[in-house]
Design a protein around this ligand. Sequence first.
Ligand SMILES: Nc1nc2c(c(=O)[nH]1)N[C@H]1C(S)=C(S)[C@@H](COP(=O)(O)OP(=O)(O)OC[C@H]3O[C@@H](n4cnc5c(=O)[nH]c(N)nc54)[C@H](O)[C@@H]3O)O[C@H]1N2
Ligand SMILES: Nc1nc2c(c(=O)[nH]1)N[C@H]1C(S)=C(S)[C@@H](COP(=O)(O)OP(=O)(O)OC[C@H]3O[C@@H](n4cnc5c(=O)[nH]c(N)nc54)[C@H](O)[C@@H]3O)O[C@H]1N2
Ligand SMILES: [Mo]
Length: 774
Amino acid sequence: MSDAAELPPVSLAGDGFLPHTSHWGVFSARLRDGALAVRPYAGDPDPNGIIGNFPAALRHRARIARPMVRRGWLERGPGPDGRRGRDGFVAVSWDEVLDRLGAELGRIRDTHGPGAVFGGSYGWASAGRFHHAQSQVHRFLNIAMGGYVRSVNTYSSGAASVIVPHVLGSYEDLTRRNVTWEQIAEHTEAVIAFGGMALKNSMVAGGSISQHVERGAMARARARGCDFLLVGPLRSDLPPEAGAEWIANIPGSDTALMLALVHTLVAEGLHDRAFLDRHTEGWAVFERYLTGEADGQPKDADWAAPIAGIPAEEIRALARRLHGRRVLVVVAHSLQRAEHGEQPVWMGAVLAAALGQIGLPGGGYGYALGAIGYYGRRNSAVPLPTLAQGRNRVADYIPVARISDMLLNPGGTYRYNGQTRTYPDIRLVYWAGGNPFHHHQDLNRLRRAFAGVDTLVVHEMAWTATARHADIVLPCTMTLEREDIGASSNDPLMVAMHKVAEPHGEARDDYAIFAGLAERLDRGAEFTEGRDARQWLEHLYERTRRGLEEKGLPAPDFARFWEAGSLTLPQEPDDGGELRRFREDPVANPLPTPSGRIEVFSRTIDSYGEADCPGHPAWLPPEDAPRPGAPLFLVANQPATRLHSQLDFGGHSAGAKHRGREVARMHPLDAAARGIAEGDIVRLFNARGACLAAAVVTEDVRPGVVQLPTGAWYDPADPEEEAPLCVHGNPNVLTRDAGTSALAQGCTGQLTAVEVERFTGNLPPVRAFDPPGG
Ligand SMILES: Nc1nc2c(c(=O)[nH]1)N[C@H]1C(S)=C(S)[C@@H](COP(=O)(O)OP(=O)(O)OC[C@H]3O[C@@H](n4cnc5c(=O)[nH]c(N)nc54)[C@H](O)[C@@H]3O)O[C@H]1N2
Ligand SMILES: Nc1nc2c(c(=O)[nH]1)N[C@H]1C(S)=C(S)[C@@H](COP(=O)(O)OP(=O)(O)OC[C@H]3O[C@@H](n4cnc5c(=O)[nH]c(N)nc54)[C@H](O)[C@@H]3O)O[C@H]1N2
Ligand SMILES: [Mo]
């Protein structure tokens, strides 16, 4: 990794290219004669093609040009309405829409209170520390409404972020102050990556990313002799540079496989007794389960072989290969975005502990390493610009993926992290910077859930399915149409994001929209603090400038930063964080778990008494697995050519589709059994829904698995139907809307069971990117 001090500036003055950044990389852009050109940051060793979505997207017909109100809401006023997503829209002026929405927000606030507003508004929005949609909407709701029902945790790591504090300590430390790519390149002798570390994923990092280092680090480790072992259904989950061996297990079986690896280590005396004694809690309880003393079933390789689809001898040989080397166990986020997702996260830590590797340079547990580009890096040593969100006076929240449950069951109870909680009665849902019709499961159920609220407000730049289901659609600017400061706590480059283009149509910044609404609710001055957007940037920048000054480093004023285009920030040392210190002295540096140690058995979790998350890691067979009528595992993973659903209408994303449809990959055996050939349009279906996709037939997918990434915009053939066919290929019409377990209630969208058939009917057109009618 190049030294932070050496980073070149983002743009070269004079040629009209202006500096900017995105979740998928730093770049510069130039708009000339109506044509947008983008080029990657010169300091990035492995730039990301996703910036290629910008040029066609900027003035695409899918952009929203004017404020729009759903016809039924305009005519009949707020209230539950099954016409959401089926109705036409009417264009209105900004003044009128802000007046109407201001009145509706006032009605909700004064008659129901802020506890009737859901402002969880989950989503990735765009890079930029000021025009950060989540910060803006939360600040607005706190100041103008007195608060809102929020959401906790993420779709990314819903299970992990809840279980890790119980058993391993700080989730932030585990993911962001632990094993780095520098350590791997230098020290690691074997990486066993459950779910892989696909470069398509680490190409993306929330906030900004200046250098994509993963490919280079894996190549350097490999050249030094490090073995990469890929456990998962897709060969492409590690790059060719890793020279990986592919262990193609059955999806959802990793916990069983890890149990058998640990069983083999224990049976052959290869586990690190000293480490387990000194650093873990409750090994003896777990060991009785492992050996079968507790339930009569040893979790050995013979037991795991049929569950994982890997021969027992291979499992035993794999365990022996992990002994006596500097080993890094990686568990991808994907494994825990599934039923019982807590288990592989916990069991991965137990495997790394049994190998005695936790806390060693380049060894131990790299949870989610490679899943996102900001993991495996150093942290910023100075504070970043941050918009204060104010105080939320509503205490209530939901685990983020329980949105449909909440809207469909007001007053209903559910279990979460040891508590029995009650769903609030929500009247108004406010979304800015996210796309639930991208991220949520069982979209037909989500449509029913959204039908029940009084008012659904959405700020969007484009006609996503979420915007189409809203009552009030407020067109917002795209990142290129405004100024901002780009920075991420795990990247050394702070970027002056210059404005490259004028706003599309009448689009406004989220900030300007909220300022207008706050004024109508008599909270204008509190919301804006008298600053315009540029003054806010100057104000937020000051925090970082002072941090530099306090460290005695060069601290340019805002004007100089803006002109230079970027600023290199100092980073903390690569010291292995909390886990390294704990390894070195577990008494002086206990982990922030109840026992201060790694909890192989957790009394706390055990005391919750949840059947689907017992007191130690365990194999719990999934319910939503292949069965008659749905015999294939669907892997609904992250898309390579875009971030989630963002700019799906851009050129790079469109270029990877076939006949306008998302591509589904399957093994030649499964394709032949169904008479499916490469390029055929296929229908994926199960009891919940159906979608079309274009088939690619490849041996890089495990037999019994079909892979369809997320992100193709939901496009119902006939929106009037209860469960319409999505003609474009959105897998979330198929996925199940159920929590990981009663412990974390995380998202389980990664895996479900489906059947696939060749589609022989008349091919319906893709209309996802056409604006809705009146
Ligand atoms: N089946 C299945 N489903 C999944 C997953 C899976 O693995 N399988 N993965 C899950 C994961 S990990 C995640 S993180 C979620 C992601 O889900 P989301 O974060 O909701 O997905 P995005 O497409 O990034 O949505 C961001 C939206 O914000 C809009 N936007 C961009 N900039 C701005 C702005 O400045 N202002 C406003 N108002 N809007 C803006 C974009 O146009 C876009 O519609 O999906 C989850 N869903
Ligand atoms: N290009 C691009 N990159 C992204 C994103 C994006 O939308 N586009 N989204 C970002 C976000 S928000 C997040 S949270 C991360 C998500 O990071 P992840 O959740 O790790 O990413 P996925 O691509 O969903 O899954 C990684 C791989 O896990 C494998 N897998 C699935 N199920 C199983 C299983 O049961 N066992 C095993 N062993 N393997 C399995 C699949 O083959 C899949 O390709 O990605 C980030 N990176
Ligand atoms: Mo995510």
